[in-house]
Design a protein around this ligand. Sequence first.
Ligand SMILES: [Fe+2]
Ligand SMILES: [Fe+2]
Length: 162
Amino acid sequence: MLSKKMQDALNQQVNAEYFSSYLYLSMAAYFQAENLNGMATWMKKQSQEELMHALKIFDYIDSRGGKVTLTAIDAPETAWKSPLAVFEATCKHEAHVTSLIHNLVNLAKAEKDHATESFLIWFVNEQVEEEDTAQQIVAKLKLVKDAPSGIFLMDRELGMRA
Ligand SMILES: [Fe+2]
Ligand SMILES: [Fe+2]
């Protein structure tokens, strides 16, 4: 059985994952409006992944006899000044989520909740990958600067995300 404190913290993380999904969907809308459909595709896939993260925690709370409580999702930003700005915001957001996951691990450790600590390892590893991926895209967009041909190629590359 989860402690009330652990349960509440995991419920907050469900909300944070839904917010992430909503943020990336908002970024997809921005890209589609800019005719960058490849980047929009990448963001829609990212948005879907965040929904999977939310559901993973949702099911975990339930499997430990906890109560899932859904709360209001904040409105995401809706405008950015460039593709680089979008991916920089993505990096910043993922770093924030990493800190949230690490706080959950710290709480699980403090409570000697080994099952939750073990469950969270998947998220710790996932965050390493997500931060790395976003940073690589930022690095490439910095090389491209505002060159239209570079943006065109990046859009095509990101659109091929499986
Ligand atoms: Fe996530
Ligand atoms: Fe993420």
